[in-house]
Ligand binder design. Structure first.
Ligand SMILES: [Zn+2]
Ligand SMILES: [Zn+2]
Length: 267
């Protein structure tokens, strides 16, 4: 499987360490056709963009950079799911200007209403150490993520299963209905096999991204490619896969030797 794009990288507008130009230059130098910058939505604690208008600034920069680098530059966002009812932290007026919309569960987010930060996000943080809390929160997290998939025009959900536990089969069923892809994120250490298996079981699409925060990891997608190959995921099911090469039909007539004569096969 070959991939043509990395649709999840961050810049210093959120918690990335480099400028958009440095990330785009890295994407071009590793041979990608396309890169999407997806800085964190504004309600990520301490690491989100300062305000949603930043995406417009990024779009202007991206348009300029596209003239100088041999790579298409898309501007998207990694929004945060900020309530149990699936709201995300970007308004429709910004969403409609984006090329890519990702959303994910993050255990460092200011919820709306604020008290869900205490009743939902905080137990997820504590639950890392206490298995019984973690299991209780799985149900709430799944509810929130499924609702986010159903009510927002998401291109993909970022790193499902990382940090905040979810029922991946249930999430995959929702994704299969809307066309939202489930991400195989190569930038974090977690068990990715279950994401692939759930997507295959339920017919959801996948996408492989680096979640790069520095230029050196842009386009580092090998772990994901290995997984796709391991489970024989067809390229049509992967948003950023190059199509499988078609079998080239010979244009020459096929002749078969029969009894010493060359005859054309029946058409
Ligand atoms: Zn994330
Ligand atoms: Zn990210």
């Amino acid at each position: 499987m070959q991939l043509f794009a990395d649709w999840h990288v961050h810049t210093s507008y959120s918690d990335g360490r480099a400028t958009l130009e440095e990330m785009v230059a890295a994407a071009a130098s590793c041979g990608l056709d396309e890169v999407a910058v997806t800085d964190h939505g504004p309600r990520a604690m301490f690491i989100g963009v300062r305000e949603a208008g930043v995406y417009q600034e990024l779009k202007e920069q991206a348009a300029r950079l596209a003239e100088h680098y041999p790579v298409r530059v898309l501007v998207g966002a990694e929004a945060n799911v900020i309530s149990l009812s699936g709201e995300i932290d970007l308004p429709a007026s910004i969403i409609k200007e984006l090329d890519i919309l990702a959303a994910g569960l993050h255990p460092q987010v200011w919820c709306l209403p604020w008290w869900q930060t205490v009743t939902w996000i905080l137990p997820n943080r504590l639950g890392k150490a206490v298995g019984s809390i973690r299991e209780k929160m799985r149900e709430a997290n799944t509810l929130a993520l499924v609702a986010a998939v159903r009510q927002n025009p998401l291109t993909f959900i970022s790193h499902p299963g990382l940090g905040m536990a979810v029922d991946l089969d249930e999430v995959a069923r929702a994704c299969a209905v809307t066309g939202c892809a489930m991400e195989i994120n190569t930038g974090h250490h977690y068990v990715r096999d279950k994401v692939v298996l759930s997507a295959l079981r339920e017919g959801a699409r996948l996408v492989v991204n680096s979640d790069a925060h520095v230029p050196g990891t842009v386009g580092k997608l090998d772990i994901g490619i290995k997984l796709l190959d391991k489970y024989r995921v067809p390229p049509e099911q992967v948003l950023n896969a190059r199509p499988a090469p078609q079998k080239v039909e010979s244009r020459l007539p096929v002749f078969t030797a029969i009894a010493g004569r060359m005859v054309s096969p029946p058409s």
